[in-house]
Write a protein that binds this ligand. Sequence first.
Ligand code: PLP
Length: 367
Amino acid sequence: MSKPVARPLTPSERAERTASTAFGSAFTEHLVSIRWSEEQGWHDAELQPYGPLLLDPATVGLHYGQVVFEGLKAFRSANGRVGVFRPEAHARRLQSSARRLMMPELPEELFLDAVDALVAQDQHWIPDDPQMSLYLRPVLFASEVTLALRPARAYHFLLMAFVTEGYFGPGQRPVRVQVTDTYSRAAAGGTGAAKCAGNYAGSLLPQAAAQEEGYDQVVWLDPVERRWVEELGGMNLFFVYGSGRDARLVTPPLSGSLLAGVTRDALLRLAPALGVPAAERPVSLEDWRSGCASGELTEVFACGTAARITPVGEVGTADGSWTIGDGTTGEVTARLSDALFGIQRGELPDRYSWMRPVEPAPQPAGT
Ligand SMILES: Cc1ncc(COP(=O)(O)O)c(C=O)c1O
């Protein structure tokens, strides 16, 4: 069912709203809402005008953190067609996050219907600038009104969208990262592999501490030995050994405490097709340092939906800092970034059927 806004914004009002595209600010006009209850299962799926919610103060999600979310993107290609990158993978990850938090799993078909409805309705918000895309944010939260500490019996799924460029803005300069030996992002047996809200709340203090010391992002080590590199802020990490025809990629394996990135998975498939073998293998902090010192480790980059492919230029630890390569964007990093972005923007063949095309919904005249 669809209830679009009565009076859509005009192109100039839209331009005003997207004048600043700081991450998570330029929201479009619609969202999709779906409810779940024990009696009815998933019901009341509807495209609605974007607007505030009215929540009872005893809404479970606000108290006990039964909240999981996703992040995926829609891109406009040069011929004007819009496609969403790997929504099926994001639907499945939302299900696996929900399982971990004892929440109902939104069926993949419903997730895809929601994505199609919102992207059809609001795709004209994506500016022509090739750096811009539409970030889609699905969130599922416990909406039952009770303060009983048990899995809630009612849930609310929302899908919203905002216009964005890369997380770090245009240009994707190499970032400086700090390895924290004070904090952990996840615990063994905890929720690190789920995309749940609490993981992000816990990362804010270490992130602020790193920024205070002039770094962009925090590197998370494994929570048990504090020896193995896991991920970077809200991104997965890749290490490039060697160069030219001998270059090969390594990324830490899915240990149970890091997030299985959809971009990570895409690169593990894309890189070998470009002649760069890719392996999942543990990388210790010591490997990172000694590999850079010997020159064997030539490039490091982070990847994720929001951050795309972001080169890492410098690493700081309690025992000193070092530069990766010459501190600028490496050749393999640039090649993979071009290949991935080329598929997303429809400039390169989509051999893996990663893009889900979405046709625009008819719009009233003058919008
Ligand atoms: C903790 C964390 N790691 C990695 C990623 C990268 O995942 P993806 O490539 O699916 O965006 C994200 C972003 O969702 C994240 O929040």
